[in-house]
Each structure stands twice: as C-alpha cells, then as structure tokens.
Ligand binder design. Structure first.
Ligand code: MD3
Ligand code: FE
Length: 219
C-alpha cells in the first residue's frame, strides 16, 4: 500500500508535442519537467530576496494567491490599482534579476509554440495553497498585447478555467500539471481565465503548494 501522499502525486509526463487549445494558445505538456527542481531552486532564491506576499486588490481585499516577482518589472496590486513596477514596494529595492534559466525556459517554450524571439522582462511567481483560487480575469496590464504570455505550472495540479472574450462566456476546464507549460498569444491573448480552488495534496518538490510562473514582456 502506498503512503497516502502518493495518491496526490501526478504521474510523470514525458514531454509531448504542442497541443493547440485555440488559435494562438498552445499547451506543452511536460515541457519543464526535467528542469523543475532547478526552476524551484531559482524561485526559492528569488523569494529569499523578495518574499512571497498577499497583495491587496483595489477593492481592499487580500488576494489568496501569494505573489512575488523577478525581472526588471514586477506586477503589483494595491488600493490604487494594478501596475508593473520596477521596485518591490515591500523593500523599496528593485525586484531580483530574472534567473537566466527561467528566461531561457520561457524563450524556448515560446519558440516551440511559434513565438520566436520572446524575451520576457517580468516573471510573476504565484503560490497556491489548498483552497487558494484565482477568479476569472484578463491580463491587461502589459504594454503590448502582441507579446505572448508563457505560464509554467509546478507542484500540485490545478484546474484551470479558460473562458472567452467576455466574462460571461462559458469557461472550459483544463488540468495543469507539474511541468506543463502554456503559451497564450495572438487572438488568445485577452481570454478570460482563472484557477479553481487548489485541492489538498502534497508534491515531492513543493509540498502542499502549486507554484505558477508567468513570463511577460510588460515594458
Ligand atoms: C490566458 N495565473 O498570473 S496561468 C496570472 O495559474 C494568472 O497562476 C494563473 O492568470 C495561474 O495572471 C494562470 C495561465 C495563463 C496566464 C496568462 C494568460 C493563462 C492566460 C493570459 C491570457 C490568456
Ligand atoms: Fe492571468
């Protein structure tokens, strides 16, 4: 009999050819799998300099996702709104530099999805604990929607919600597992999307968490 935690660990998924979700959006299952431990070490170094924190929305509520950033720009939210900022408001210092292996992975994934020459200047680190969710939203704070967004999922699998151009459009559900990379660009760039509450579980590399990295060209 396996120990109970084993039941929540995703089976290893070898890298697979890109799967088209809709024009402009591709999922690369297992693309980051062989680098996952290195990526998580790099994220740990970022979080040692710029600790994960629960940002406040303009409405005054604390977000259930814990966030930090690396790169020249970081996404922040406070009572005044959402923005990309070169300075970590908690420390008054620039965000930690984007580790080369993170930038490289994002560029490689974008290339594999048909977006060559993607050089992100922002990497948002989202950490989900059991029960953490991200409600439906669009990513509209970047300067130029011509650039894709690259998303890397690590740790406990989550159910991703992927909607349409309008908030009310019916959303599809898709499991995003450890090592999966999704690239969203072109006509899919402004899709509404979100994440259902994270289930309980444990992953050997992240414990009771899911870590999602989103790479953008924000400036
Ligand atoms: C579809 N993060 O940080 S990543 C976010 O899993 C965000 O943490 C989620 O949404 C997460 O803004 C989802 C997948 C994703 C990222 C950007 C998108 C999907 C997207 C941009 C456009 C359309
Ligand atoms: Fe988003």
């Amino acid at each position: 009999m396996n120990p109970p935690t084993r039941l929540f660990v995703d089976p290893p998924q070898p890298a697979q050819p890109p799967e088209v979700l809709e024009p402009g959006a591709l999922v690369l299952r297992g693309f980051a799998l062989d680098q996952a431990a290195d990526l998580l070490r790099a994220v740990g170094q970022v979080a040692a300099q710029a600790p994960l924190r629960h940002l406040v929305t303009p409405g005054g509520l604390g977000m259930s996702v814990a966030m930090t950033n690396c790169g020249a720009l970081g996404w922040v939210s406070d009572r005044s709104g959402y923005r990309y900022d070169p300075i970590d408001p908690d420390s008054g210092q620039p965000w930690p530099a984007m580790p080369a292996r993170l930038r490289q992975l994002a560029g490689d994934a974008a290339q594999a999805a048909g977006y060559p020459g993607f050089v992100p200047d922002a990497c948002l680190v989202n950490r989900y604990a059991p029960g953490t969710r991200l409600s439906l939203h669009q990513d509209r704070d970047e300067g130029n929607y011509a650039h894709p967004i690259v998303s890397v999922s690590l740790g406990i699998a989550a159910m991703f919600l992927w909607g349409g151009a309008q908030r009310a459009d019916k959303a599809r559900r898709m499991a995003l597992m450890h090592g999966d990379v999704v690239v969203w660009g072109g006509p899919a760039r402004l899709r509404f999307h979100g994440v259902l509450p994270l289930p309980d579980g444990s992953h050997p590399l992240t414990g009771a968490h899911r870590i999602n990295l989103t790479f953008r060209k924000a400036g």
